[in-house]
Design a protein around this ligand. Structure first.
Ligand code: SF4
Length: 279
């Protein structure tokens, strides 16, 4: 890859540095040439990564990295498609898109930088902020219950559901490789420290609460067990909650079975009958 176009502008201690490193390592480990990747970035501190990467990609509107990625995948399903997005963009503005990507089993790896805040806009509450938390937009404590993205994914047909911790770079990189190779929709919800607008959920705060699913005897083939792990309140499990193999969306579209859409010879498209319908 060529040199990076710009140096990162993230704050010192930001978990985005670790996710950035894990993403690059995770991609390299797949063995797939980097020009075969397309990354779609949402708005937010996470999406600023668009300026620091040299993969093909697109910096989209807020919440719209998800449907834009679907369009790219359907146009050229030879691409490995990744979404880089925050908890606000994925579970808030893009919430309905998120559910529909899971329902369709679109072959896209979604990396959610979950810092429990809208940090680019200086620390308002997000869909994953714990109830009662004081933020800039909730000075007396937030009233809404926090969303549970793992439970949401497990109950909405996601075929790969994982949660990891940003500072564990090697472990996260390996999970990203696994998600890219999955062959269907893959959610990796990444617990990302934001020392500026969420100093309470620091790396040490997380380390006191995390447990690894593999140490708990969890089977990622067991949907009911995945649901139970997703609903735990005593500890914060990380690892692979659930995985199953099902045909991806593009594999079920007849027109895409022989060739990606971008490789269809344009001269074989006969528009005569279609145009007649509009006369
Ligand atoms: Fe990272 Fe938080 Fe700074 Fe954004 S505000 S760059 S999430 S530390």
């Amino acid at each position: 890859m060529p040199d990076y176009p710009f140096a990162p502008t993230w704050c010192p201690g930001c978990g985005n540095f670790a996710i950035w490193a894990a993403l690059k390592n995770g991609i390299a480990t797949t063995g797939v040439p980097s020009e075969k990747f397309a990354i779609f970035y949402d708005v937010g501190c996470a999406g600023d990564m668009a300026d620091f990467n040299t993969y093909y990609g697109f910096h989209t509107l807020h919440g719209r990295a998800l449907p834009t990625a679907v369009g790219a995948k359907l146009a050229n399903h030879d691409l490995k498609v990744i979404v880089v997005i925050g908890d606000g963009g994925c579970y808030g503005e893009g919430g309905t898109h998120f559910i529909n990507l899971m329902r369709g089993n679109h072959d896209i790896t979604v990396l959610v930088h979950n810092n429990h805040r809208y940090s680019l806009t200086t620390g308002q509450m997000s869909p994953t902020t714990e109830k009662g938390t004081k933020t800039k937009s909730t000075p007396e404590g937030s009233i809404e219950e926090a969303q549970n993205p793992i439970a949401l994914a497990v109950s909405n047909h996601a075929t790969f559901v994982a949660r990891e911790f940003a500072p564990d770079i090697a472990r996260l990189a390996s999970r990203i490789t696994q998600g890219i190779k999955h062959g269907g929709f893959a959610l990796i919800d990444i617990l990302q420290p934001c020392p500026i607008f969420n100093p309470v959920q620091s790396p040490n705060w997380y380390r006191e609460r995390l447990v690894k699913l593999e140490d708990e005897g969890h089977s990622s083939e067991n949907l009911e067990a995945a649901w139970k792990q997703s609903m735990r309140t005593d500890k914060l499990p990380i690892g692979l909650f659930f995985q199953e193999s099902k045909p991806a969306y593009h594999e079920q579209v007849t027109e895409l079975q022989d060739l990606p859409l971008v490789k269809h010879p344009i001269e074989t498209v006969n528009l005569t009958n279609l145009l007649k319908e509009f006369k």
